[in-house]
Design a protein around this ligand. Structure first.
Ligand SMILES: Cc1cc2nc3c(=O)[nH]c(=O)nc-3n(C[C@H](O)[C@H](O)[C@H](O)COP(=O)(O)OP(=O)(O)OC[C@H]3O[C@@H](n4cnc5c(N)ncnc54)[C@H](O)[C@@H]3O)c2cc1C
Ligand SMILES: NC(=O)c1ccc[n+]([C@@H]2O[C@H](COP(=O)([O-])OP(=O)(O)OC[C@H]3O[C@@H](n4cnc5c(N)ncnc54)[C@H](OP(=O)(O)O)[C@@H]3O)[C@@H](O)[C@H]2O)c1
Length: 258
């Protein structure tokens, strides 16, 4: 079947989160932060496809995805069972707004995610262009429980020893994971930690200003709307590929969440 790729590894993080890697079509070029349609062959011969952010950077030979497991979800109730060697369908037409081209130049880049909204940022924090464009990159990731942060935590940890970007991230990629429903070293919603100024104080950074700070937002619709309001309150404006500004937004999924 055209557009078929092969799964090369699968890691289960919790009973509702997993990541996997697959082969990359030789012709596929994408900008870090974009998403593609992926899925599985359907029983009627028509593939069942869903939007997925590419979690790997654009220089990687393979593709990586970070996925929810929706118990009754048409795709993920099946996708969560994939194994090494299995085929998956991938439409090689990357699109999306969480890309450098949609932001004006700035000093600091804020990557703000809940849940699987981390996926596009897993790509961007591994892309050298991110560190060429910004002096400091702050990754804020918030989940209910600590186990849901583990994929991101391990990824950030692994970058220190990465031969390509290890030196670039040192002291410049600031990771700020928080939980909201389980005690952990850092807690609180991203919106609250921005409006109270706690994150700026904890990281020793000045408050966000439209002259210096840029942001990308990826979470549920409610999260996106609330963060957008906070950033607009600080004087930042939403941009797009066609009109770069101070921040961009993309939904991590459609609906209210499982
Ligand atoms: C632009 C874009 C990028 C996306 N990137 C990713 C990604 O990188 N990883 C990923 O896991 N999903 C991603 N999604 C969601 C994905 O497209 C599917 O919805 C998801 O894989 C579930 O598919 P499904 O067929 O099992 O259930 P669906 O019928 O698609 O979803 C059922 C319900 O589950 C909830 N849900 C779906 N996805 C999520 C999620 N990620 N987190 C919490 N609740 C969810 C929603 O309430 C939804 O109505 C993205 C969606 C969009 C629009
Ligand atoms: N996470 C789990 O372990 C789990 C397990 C089984 C089922 N579920 C179900 O799955 C659904 C989605 O859960 P989820 O945890 O993936 O996503 P979620 O409810 O969107 O929460 C993810 C994180 O985002 C925060 N958040 C949510 N809305 C926000 C907003 N408007 N502004 C700022 N921060 C916001 C949450 O903080 P708060 O905690 O303060 O809301 C939480 O830390 C829910 O219906 C839940 O019942 C979740």
């Amino acid at each position: 079947m055209p557009d078929t790729q092969t799964v090369t590894s699968v890691t289960h993080w919790t009973d509702r989160l997993f990541s996997f890697r697959c082969t990359r079509p030789a012709s596929l070029r994408f900008r870090s932060g974009e998403f593609v349609m992926i899925g599985l062959a359907g029983e009627n011969g028509k593939p069942l496809l869903r939007a997925y952010s590419i979690a790997s950077p654009n220089w990687d030979d393979e593709l990586e995805f970070y996925s929810i497991k929706v118990p009754d979800g048409p795709l993920t109730s099946r996708l969560q069972h994939i194994r090494v060697g299995d085929p998956i369908v991938l439409r090689p037409k990357p699109v999306g707004t969480l890309v450098h081209d949609a932001l004006l130049p700035g000093e600091r880049l804020w990557l703000l995610a809940t849940g699987t909204g981390l996926a596009p940022f897993a790509s961007l924090i591994r892309d050298p262009e991110t560190y060429e464009r910004f002096g400091t990159v702050v990754l804020m990731h918030t989940c209910r429980e600590a186990s849901e942060l583990e994929y991101g935590r391990r990824l950030v940890e692994s970058l220190k020893d990465d031969p390509l970007i290890g030196e670039m991230v040192e002291g410049r990629l600031l990771y700020y994971p928080t939980t909201t429903r389980e005690a952990s070293p850092r807690m609180g919603r991203i919106t609250d930690n921005l409006t109270s100024g706690k994150v700026f104080a904890d990281l020793g950074l000045p408050a966000m200003t439209p002259g210096t700070d840029r942001a990308m937002i990826c979470g549920s619709l409610a999260f996106n709307l609330d963060v957008k309001a906070v950033l607009e309150g600080l004087g930042l404006n939403e941009g797009a590929n066609s009109e770069p500004r101070e921040f961009v937004v993309e939904k991590a999924f459609v609906g209210d969440g499982i």
